[in-house]
Design a protein around this ligand. Structure first.
Ligand SMILES: NC(=O)c1ccc[n+]([C@@H]2O[C@H](COP(=O)([O-])OP(=O)(O)OC[C@H]3O[C@@H](n4cnc5c(N)ncnc54)[C@H](O)[C@@H]3O)[C@@H](O)[C@H]2O)c1
Length: 438
């Protein structure tokens, strides 16, 4: 394939040289005459293990050339990969000026093109950049329509500096966010020889996947460092703690606890995070990440409450009160906190949860309910049917299988506030559905 790579920095040079190694013909484009000159002399403008050799080989074989002219590169290629920088501005926002400048140059070059050309942005950009920034510029400058006349994709890059050449050939995944099926075709063809899980998705999803990834990597480092700080204070070996931690691939390093939904609660997580933060405070340790977990959870609870309030309806039915399915434990259940906050806002709340039997509540569980919801017995109803009959808004807080039957009784009169990503198709039956994070 003939490929133009915009930006001869860390990502672009590695991409260009590795694509040339795969047998493609690559035009590297940069606004820096110095970088263009270096590439054409067979030298890599950036230092990466194995890159010097790849660049020099590719240039000698005539598979990699560089130019200052976007027009020339686009004219001679079928695909443009845009790898220009997106540095931070002083206010923290991403500076997209290089991306937009490249998009305008490519757009102008597309004006006179007859054959289909695909533009894939690899720079990391905030959500909606493709839809509201890049594609409008390409269309305006080209005088053409995306997907019909040219392809547009957001195609994040997952390589790590220092091991970017091996990462290029063995990426953790390939993600293609495409404006449409025609836009995706060339990238699908390009990556056929590379073995990696492939995700073909929307532009917005692809944009956010990259930020989710990098935020999570940063979060992991900060988390390990805060745990390490506590370990050091208490004379515990932090590396041994984290070695055991990562060995747990059932609960820790796993998809569990990584699904957007309702706030966490129950008898352990809030209590233990509170106790750890308290111990750290007592030791005079400053651990902002761990200390912000409970405030973040409270804000999320408020978000759920605000979704209910925003419906403007007064009669609220809460489906599920226990803190998770298959238990009758109510201690620190986020649903209890939600009910309480709705009562404080003078909503008329009814609750249905077959797991809750007030006569059987004992010990800490009973004490918690007595404190949080002293008149719970007057809020509980006997059946899902009764809940639907007495409520205009239904708040689904749990995934108990018997709730499916209840939810099938929703009518157009109801609004469903879904905190668990219910798989039923209430919206298809004309029910207004609001998800908490979707
Ligand atoms: N560095 C990484 O490890 C890495 C990994 C994944 C994704 N990314 C993302 O990839 C993007 C590029 O990162 P980088 O580290 O390679 O940046 P970089 O600063 O090393 O390189 C960017 C290059 O783009 C050139 N450029 C600017 N405007 C241009 C234009 N209009 N036309 C052609 N070239 C232009 C610059 O001269 C520079 O050489 C960023 O959005 C970054 O967040 C980086």
């Amino acid at each position: 394939m003939r490929i133009a790579v915009f930006g001869m920095g860390y990502v672009g040079t590695v991409t260009g040289a590795c694509l040339a190694r795969m047998g493609h013909t690559v035009w590297g484009v940069d606004i820096s005459a110095e970088k263009v000159g270096m590439i054409n002399e067979g030298l890599s403008p950036v230092a990466e293990r194995g890159l010097d050799r790849l660049v020099s080989l590719a240039v000698r074989r005539g598979r990699l050339r560089a130019t200052l002219s976007a027009e020339e590169a686009v004219r001679r290629s079928d695909l443009s990969l845009v790898c220009v920088g997106t540095p931070s501005r002083a206010d923290g926002s991403a500076d997209l000026s290089h991306v937009f400048h490249a998009a305008e140059e490519i757009g102008r070059a597309l004006r006179s093109r007859r054959s289909y050309h695909t533009v894939a942005l690899r720079s990391t950009v905030p959500p909606r950049t493709m839809q509201s920034g890049v594609i409008p510029r390409l269309e305006r400058c080209a005088g053409k329509k995306v997907e019909r006349d040219f392809g547009a994709c957001f195609h994040p890059e997952f390589l790590r500096e220092g091991s970017s050449v091996p990462d290029f050939f063995r990426p953790p995944k390939t993600v293609i966010g495409a404006a449409g099926p025609r836009s995706a075709r060339r990238l699908l063809e390009l990556w056929r020889p590379i073995r990696a899980p492939l995700f073909l998705t929307s532009l917005g999803t692809a944009e956010l996947v990259k930020y989710a990834d990098n935020s999570f990597h940063a979060l992991k480092v900060a988390f390990a460092n805060e745990i390490g700080t506590i370990c050091k204070y208490f004379g515990v070996d932090s590396h041994e703690v984290m070695r055991i931690f990562v060995e747990d691939t059932k609960l820790n390093i796993s998809p569990l606890y990584l699904q957007p939904g309702f706030a966490f609660g129950g008898p352990c997580l809030p209590k233990d995070v509170r106790a750890l933060c308290s111990a750290a405070r007592g030791a005079g340790l400053d651990l902002p990440l761990l200390s912000s977990i409970l405030p973040s959870n409270s804000i999320h609870l408020r978000r759920a409450r605000d979704l209910v309030l925003a419906t403007g309806k007064r009669k609220v039915g809460v489906l599920g009160l226990v803190f998770k399915s298959d238990t009758d434990d109510l201690r620190e259940s986020p649903a209890c906190a939600l009910v309480r906050s709705l009562l404080e806002k003078r909503r008329q709340v009814r609750i249905y949860d077959p797991r809750v039997d007030l006569r059987r509540l004992i010990g800490a569980n009973r004490a918690y309910v007595a404190r949080q919801l002293p008149n719970l017995n007057r809020l509980l109803v006997e059946s899902g049917r009764e809940l639907l009959a007495t409520s205009d808004v239904i708040v689904l807080t749990g995934n108990q299988p018997e709730f499916d039957k209840v939810l099938r009784g929703l009518t157009q009169r109801h609004v469903l506030i879904d905190l668990v990503r219910w798989q039923g198709r209430a919206a298809a039956r004309g029910v207004r559905v609001q998800g908490i994070c979707w």
